[in-house]
Design a binder for this molecule. Structure first.
Ligand code: SF4
Length: 724
């Protein structure tokens, strides 16, 4: 008897009354999932679904994407422009003209009094590529400040820097399809199931079809490490030593692809000389991985027909972040694993359009991967934009992480912050507070008026969010995808594109600004013709039809390009990739008697960045509402710290109160804290900068832990960090 079979109710999905689906692209992480947003008959966004024939996500979304339509009307959205005479006075509502006029006049006043570079702009990885391009034109060609950068310095600048040093250009050379071709995957400091869940689905599907070893390097037993064939719990901040040692074994045992090295790389001799010093026994004493295991991994990687490495912030957010990326590139160059199916160095980018800003914002140079240091590039852009060539600086200005100290010293007096929240995302919160108070003028442009940084502003511009506007994002695998305008901007908020155009009208200049994003896109297509970063064949309709297209895509191309450097020709002048020796200097802050634990930080699946958006979405925030730390149960017992209680973390920079979650994910000398919460891990982090990328060391520092007697007071303090 089939007991009860006919009595079961089928699962019913609530009818949301959708009358129309609109195509768009997820605005959270860099995976680049295609989404359709369902509108009801009133035109309200009521649901989201993955697009089945989109190659990236194949119908899937993670929980952030599933609830993304809730952003349009979520709490804290900016309704109208706001202004106040003095910081911390009550804001007064203003018209757009008043807010824009005031900001333009403050920019001019500050620049006239203190020089052009005394006004800085810090942007984001979250707005559309056309908006980045337009902001770049405004910053470089009209306002003329060289202190202009993006928050990608906090997440991806080590990757960009490492690619430039090794290959002569930024641009990830691989793609998700490489999972299906690889014979070995090395993941360093990348916890895909939580950070990029849909890329993880792609990896898992590939592993089910074709079994290949998954090797995870991470100090913590992350979700990805739990599923790995081999987990290497490396000592924080010592990835370069491990990578040098892998190269040592490969060269010593003759496992390298010598023909590829000789044909396509330079500086072989100095590289070999350096890695000769990194025998596995010596390396093991620094990086904490057993010497035989180093040999085993090196052999496995080198003997695989095709092998690839992916990484995220575990590599980038370190004082040796750029070297870590170069170390990965070195490994793949000596094994001939660049530009071939399944063989690549693929940085898994963070924000939805971190790639777009790297490509087109002019933050680190000029649009289309052009450099300020290159006279030819300055000339091309000056002519195209109708700007005097001499108006451009001849080298890039300060990175985001150097702009804030320059405010402290008085070099910078005014700041425009766009879709980023440094009061939570920058290290050393107490110092940041003083820095922001030193500014003569701060304008904050954000979709949310309750973003912490806005507490310090004089003017607030309410920006449209995600699919309240139209334009493109580029994902991790160089795929340009389209976000259609799904609903109108909330109340009086405006697309960032509109705000930049309106600001340009308030300055004297000779530059033209297209009226819509498609016009800006067409300028980018024109500027990219014949370059590695070739957009010339892309159109909005073609992008939507193909559900995203990978550049380079020239005018006569029929398909996007899944990989770069397939011919072994790189972007350095000699067309070779550089093998770069990486001497390791152990300058990490390490645990000691006073601060006996490593403090590690990272993401949780429910939240994105500083929770400006996800902290407002019920189905995300309710599953991860509290700042907490993972702590090994043995270590907790020794200190008298109980699971579920509050404890105090203290570093040489500050303290924070978190809830304790005991778990074997972390070793007895380490704790892990999610980075999303205000007044939490960034009160503690070290924040010293990588010399090449200027990216901060967020992840490796020394901390002490104390139980808290007054749990009631601790709960109040912990709640303050939750904010929303
Ligand atoms: Fe959006 Fe990333 Fe989730 Fe895809 S994986 S739905 S891009 S947050």
């Amino acid at each position: 008897m089939l007991f009860g079979r006919n009595k079961k109710n089928p699962i019913k999905i609530a009818d949301k009354g959708v009358v129309e689906w609109k195509y768009t692209t997820c605005g959270y992480c860099s995976t680049g999932c295609s989404i359709e947003v369902g509108l009801d008959k009133k035109g309200d966004a009521v649901t989201s679904r993955g697009v089945a024939d989109a190659d990236v996500n194949r119908g899937k979304l993670c929980l952030k994407g599933i609830f993304e339509h809730e952003l349009f009307k979520s709490a804290g959205r900016g309704r109208v422009p706001l202004m106040r005479k003095k910081r911390f006075d009550e804001f007064k509502e203003a018209s757009w003209d008043e807010a824009l006029d005031k900001t333009a006049s403050e920019i001019k006043r500050i620049q006239e009094k203190y020089g052009r570079d005394s006004f800085a702009i810090v942007s984001t990885g979250q707005i559309m590529t056309e908006e980045f391009y337009t902001l770049g034109k405004l910053a470089r060609g009209v306002i003329g400040t060289n202190n202009y950068d993006g928050n990608t310095t906090l997440c991806m600048s080590s990757a960009a820097s490492g690619y430039k040093r090794s290959f002569g250009s930024d641009g990830p050379p691989g793609c998700y399809d490489d999972f299906e071709h690889t014979d070995c995957l090395l993941a360093i400091g990348s916890n895909l199931p939580e950070q990029h869940p849909v890329i993880y689905y792609r990896l898992k599907a590939a592993m089910e079809k074709k079994k290949f070893p998954l090797i995870v390097v991470d100090p913590r037993v992350t979700m990805l490490a739990q599923m790995a064939d081999i987990h290497l719990p490396v000592t924080p901040g010592t990835d370069v030593v491990l990578l040098n040692s892998l190269a040592h074994v490969i060269i010593k045992e003759g496992l390298e692809d010598r023909a590829y090295m000789e044909a396509h790389t330079s500086d072989i001799e100095s590289f070999e000389k350096l890695v000769a010093e990194y025998d596995p026994e010596s390396a093991s004493r620094i990086c904490g991985i057993d010497a035989d295991m180093i040999r085993h991994v090196a052999r496995t990687y080198a003997k695989a027909g095709a092998a690839m490495t992916i990484w995220t912030m575990g590599i980038n957010q370190s004082m040796h972040g750029s070297d870590g990326v170069v170390g990965i590139n070195n490994l793949n160059l000596i094994t001939g694993n660049i530009g071939k199916p399944g063989g690549t160095s693929l940085s898994i980018t963070g924000q939805c359009n971190a790639m777009g800003t790297r490509e087109w914002s002019s933050c680190s140079g000029l649009p289309g991967y052009r450099a300020l240091e290159n006279a030819e590039h300055r000339k091309e852009i000056a002519e195209f934009w109708n700007v005097d060539e001499e108006f451009f600086p001849k080298e890039r200005g300060l990175f985001m992480t150097d702009i804030f100290p320059a405010i402290e010293t008085g070099q910078i007096k005014g700041l425009w912050i766009i879709a980023t929240n440094p009061m939570t995302s920058m290290t050393n919160t107490a110092r940041m507070r003083k820095i922001m108070e030193k500014l003569d003028f701060l304008v904050v442009q954000d979709a949310y008026e309750d973003v912490e940084t806005n507490e310090y502003s004089h003017v607030y511009f309410p920006a449209a969010v995600w699919a309240e506007k139209e334009g493109c994002f580029t994902n991790t695998e160089r795929r340009v995808n389209l976000t259609r305008n799904v609903v109108e901007p909330f109340r009086e908020s405006k697309p960032d594109f509109w705000i930049f155009n309106e600001m340009a009208k308030r300055f004297d200049h000779s530059v033209t600004f297209p009226e819509n994003t498609e016009g800006a896109f067409n300028e980018m297509r024109e500027l990219s013709k014949g370059r590695m970063l070739d957009y010339s064949g892309l159109t909005y309709d073609k992008i939507e039809e193909k559900r995203g297209i990978q550049w380079p895509f020239s005018e006569d191309a029929e398909e996007g390009s899944p990989r770069l450097y397939t011919d072994g020709e790189f972007q350095h002048a000699d067309q070779k990739a550089k093998l770069i020796p990486l001497p390791f200097v152990d300058d990490n802050e390490r645990p000691c008697d006073d601060y006996p634990f490593w403090l590690n930080s990272g993401r949780v699946v429910e939240h994105f960045h500083t929770r400006t958006r996800t902290g407002k979405v019920g189905n995300l925030n309710k599953f991860s509402p509290t700042p907490y730390m993972e702590m090994n149960p043995d270590a907790a017992k020794k200190l008298g710290v109980e699971h579920g209680s509050y404890a105090r973390l203290t570093t040489r920079r500050g303290d924070a109160v978190v809830m304790v979650q005991t778990t074997q994910r972390v070793s007895p000398n380490m704790v892990f804290v999610p980075f999303h919460f205000h007044e939490c891990v960034n009160r503690l982090a070290l924040g010293l900068l990588d010399p090449h990328s200027r990216q901060p060391a967020f992840k490796q520092c020394a901390v002490k832990i104390e139980p808290i007697v007054n749990q009631g007071a601790a709960a109040v303090r912990n709640k303050a960090a939750r904010a929303y």
